[in-house]
Design a protein around this ligand. Structure first.
Ligand SMILES: N[C@@H](CCC(=O)N[C@@H](CS)C(=O)NCC(=O)O)C(=O)O
Length: 101
């Protein structure tokens, strides 16, 4: 188990062609939050991913010891956009969306 000081940014385990991982990455990008991206080969999952999330699917967002682990893409999207949602993805309507389209 890493110490809380072992990393300061959340770690996103991802696979570039996975649609679930794509939507998680898109929401994180839209939120402007910074994460450490760890690209995973699904046939050779790293031990750190399986330690964080034994079910072994991606995406997984590891928030560290204090923050826990988010194992579902939709929940990763909600976590990111609840902190910062400059493009109003959560509301889907409103001045942000209108101004940017
Ligand atoms: N319900 C999950 C589905 C994630 C999922 O099924 N990801 C696939 C890749 S697209 C995966 O990791 N499969 C594990 C494997 O192929 O070993 C989510 O929304 O995050």
């Amino acid at each position: 188990m890493p110490s809380p000081l072992a990393f300061t940014r959340p770690i996103l385990y991802s696979f570039r062609r996975c649609l679930y991982a794509m939507r998680a990455r898109m929401a994180l990008w839209s939120s402007g939050l910074t994460v450490e991206l760890r690209e995973v080969v699904l046939g050779r999952k790293p031990a750190a991913l399986l330690e964080a999330s034994p079910k072994g699917t991606v995406p997984v967002l590891d928030l560290g010891v204090a923050g826990g682990v988010i194992e579902q893409s939709l929940e990763i999207m909600r976590w990111a956009l609840n902190q910062s949602d400059p493009e109003c993805w959560l509301s889907g309507v409103g001045p942000c969306l209108i101004q940017s389209h």
